[in-house]
Design a binder for this molecule. Structure first.
Ligand SMILES: C[S@@+](CC[C@H](N)C(=O)[O-])C[C@H]1O[C@@H](n2cnc3c(N)ncnc32)[C@H](O)[C@@H]1O
Length: 290
């Protein structure tokens, strides 16, 4: 296959410019620093993604919002005579993905910087498009999935993981409640760019149908998110999350100390011999290009 040549300056749609700046700034740096923890946090959902993608030995796979590339490497291993390409907005995460792929001795991976919504994906170049919690952030999801469908050969498959609604994700509910410190926080809508951007099944079906996908299916995956080995480890991790930084930013010193104490107590309350575990629920979304 032709390995894509990245444009000199990554093209980013104006709707995704803020996201690009966050993932090239503090959010990206935090993910690089804690890549193993992020990988472990949602590892319970990895087998479902691989099952849903049904990658064969010669497949050419595109991994959207690949981050530090854990799913790109899994795809490359599943396609030893094929290729796995990771695309992401974030230069620091892509550098980490390249480093990890080389360290793993993989020779069939490529990582490109770009906005998957507008990146000039080669038409029909891929057998499978996957995403591990990386496709919920598009400012214009129909445009993005239309672009990704174009990159698939006819009949090519899509398999992605996204979070279900906030109410089914105890790990975020608990974090938000502690950090709200009594303030009312707006409910994240199920169709706006962000962690819950593909949480509403009707929205997902509408977007994918409009983008040219068929046989759209959402399978609910109950699971857990593991935030650390023990309470202190988990507290250290969650206190650096972008969400935490954002919510603490609006509090005075007293409220901030109380919110952090609450957060620490929540981590202790969820500590188990297998780590600090919270309830979580994802969708495995599968479809194919018509
Ligand atoms: C929640 S992280 C998931 C990363 C990785 N898939 C994982 O499971 O660790 C979301 C990723 O999507 C990327 N992303 C967000 N919007 C994007 C876009 N329009 N095009 C490409 N990547 C995007 C971010 O840079 C970030 O690395």
């Amino acid at each position: 296959m032709t390995v894509p040549t990245p444009p000199q300056t990554p093209l980013v749609d104006t709707l995704n410019a803020e996201m690009a700046s966050a993932w090239n700034g503090a959010d990206g740096e935090d993910w690089v620093a804690h890549a193993d923890r992020y990988d472990a946090a949602s590892a319970a959902f990895d087998p479902a993604l691989l099952d849903g993608a049904r990658i064969t030995a010669t497949d050419r796979v595109l991994d959207v919002g690949c981050g530090a590339g854990v799913s790109t490497r899994a795809a490359a291993r599943a396609a030893p005579a094929g290729h796995a390409t990771g695309i992401d907005l974030s230069a620091p995460l892509l550098a980490e993905a390249r480093r990890r792929s080389a360290a793993a001795g993989l020779t069939n991976t490529t990582f490109v910087q770009g906005d998957a919504q507008v990146y000039p994906v080669e038409s029909g170049a891929y057998d499978v498009v996957i995403s591990r919690f990386g496709a919920m952030f598009f400012g214009d999801p129909v445009a993005a999935f239309t672009n990704l469908a174009r990159g698939l050969r006819p009949g090519g498959r899509l398999a992605l993981l996204s979070w279900q609604e906030l109410a089914r994700n105890e790990w975020l509910l608990v974090l938000r409640r502690a950090l709200a410190a009594g303030r009312p926080l707006p409910e994240p809508p199920g169709d706006a760019p962000g962690p819950f951007g593909l949480s509403d099944p009707d929205h997902v079906r509408r977007v994918l149908a409009a983008a040219g996908f068929e046989a759209v299916d959402l399978a609910g995956l109950p699971g857990t998110v593991r935030l650390g080995a023990d309470a202190e480890d988990a507290f250290g991790f969650v206190s650096g999350l972008g969400l935490t930084r954002g919510l603490l930013g609006g509090l005075d010193d007293h409220a901030r100390r109380a919110a952090l104490a609450d957060l620490r107590a929540q981590m202790a309350a969820h500590a188990t011999p297998a780590g600090v575990l919270f309830g979580a629920a994802a969708w495995l979304v599968t479809a194919h290009r018509g």
